[in-house]
Design a protein around this ligand. Structure first.
Ligand code: SF4
Length: 328
């Protein structure tokens, strides 16, 4: 682990100023991912800016919806009465992610910035990893890649985003509020994450001198009909092989609207727009339609190692929608 200097800041402005002064600095909040990466010499910041004293650990509910401060702990968000009642999809995704101990430390902002769990990214003995060493190649392409992407990958990287929370947030049309030297801006979460393309070392569209200050969700519409389904190798504690965040707006047996996102299958939460369009205006009976559910994997490009995810996505999507729609 490389030596680093440390500074604790008490205001957002001081945090951004400190980052501008230290080009190789990193913000640290819960540290549940960053410290692991530093111990493994994957990340080597020479300066840490401790943001845990910033006034960003609040939840606010108003006519615009829900605002979750970037420093809210995952466990506090998951257990918040308003979240549990009006955004159960988010609460379920948070509880499905990590262990209770990690949820007690991890923050909402940090959750969005956690890095892929590709083994080659974490193991510095491997010289080839475009995400860790841009331009070095991708060891996973010819190596162990059973848990890698089936959507949106590039020849430069086939890694997946490991977050559960982000999958629910994308399905719920959340946005990220960030602050930089020029003030604040709001980025739809679907545009916050990037596909790997030729620059897999850049995970998000957060600028170098910006700080996440909050996650914002529109007013709740899907509390009665939503479900987060996570399929993993150990039910006690593991990242998703495939997960599905499904939310339906239903009147009688008519589907007025649908929101569906997948986790564990791409470099970012993967929204199923074609399936949503096909469900909208239909009756609940179409949730048993094989041809319609197959839209979930229409754009998939699996490798021989992870082709199993195709049937997993189909089955998990069907089941999550059935539970969300209370179809038996
Ligand atoms: Fe690195 Fe991405 Fe390839 Fe994994 S898939 S080895 S993270 S470039």
């Amino acid at each position: 682990m490389q030596d680093f200097r440390y500074q604790r800041v008490n205001s957002i402005e001081d945090a951004i100023h400190a980052l501008q002064q230290q080009p190789a600095a990193k913000f640290i909040g819960g540290g549940t991912n960053l410290l692991d990466l530093m111990k493994g010499d994957v990340e080597k910041p020479d300066y840490l800016i401790d943001i845990t004293r910033l006034p960003l650990a609040q939840i606010r509910v108003d006519d615009n919806g829900l605002l979750i401060g970037a420093l809210m702990r995952n466990s506090d968000v998951a257990n918040h009465a308003h979240v549990r009642k009006h955004y159960p999809l988010l609460a379920q995704a948070l509880v499905a992610g990590a262990s209770p101990q990690l949820r007690n430390m991890a923050t909402a902002g940090g959750n969005l910035l956690q890095r892929t769990r590709c083994g080659y990214f974490y193991d510095t003995a491997y010289a080839q990893c475009n995400k860790r060493l841009p331009g070095s190649g991708c060891a996973a392409r010819a190596g162990i890649a059973h848990n890698h992407a089936i959507f949106g990958a590039s020849e430069h990287c086939i890694a997946i985003n490991p977050s559960d929370m982000s999958v629910a947030l994308v399905a719920l049309d959340a946005s990220v509020r960030v602050q930089g030297p020029q003030g604040q801006r709001v980025i739809p979460l679907a545009d916050f994450f990037r596909l790997p393309g030729e620059t897999p070392h850049i995970d998000t569209n957060l600028q170098r001198d910006e700080l996440i200050v909050a996650v914002e969700l529109p007013p709740a519409r899907y509390a009665q009909h939503s479900h987060y389904l996570k399929i993993r190798e150990r039910s006690s504690y593991a990242f998703a092989l495939v997960s599905v965040a499904a939310a339906l707006d239903i009147s009688g047996d008519k589907i007025n609207d649908a929101r569906i996102a997948l986790g564990g299958v791409a470099h970012k939460p993967w929204r199923l727009n074609a399936l949503e369009d096909a469900l909208r205006g239909n009756t609940l009976s179409v949730l048993n339609d094989d041809a319609l559910i197959a839209l979930a994997v229409r754009d998939a490009q699996p490798s021989p190692q992870n082709a199993y995810k195709i049937s997993l996505v189909r089955t998990a999507t069907r089941r999550a929608l059935a539970i969300a729609g209370a179809v038996t």
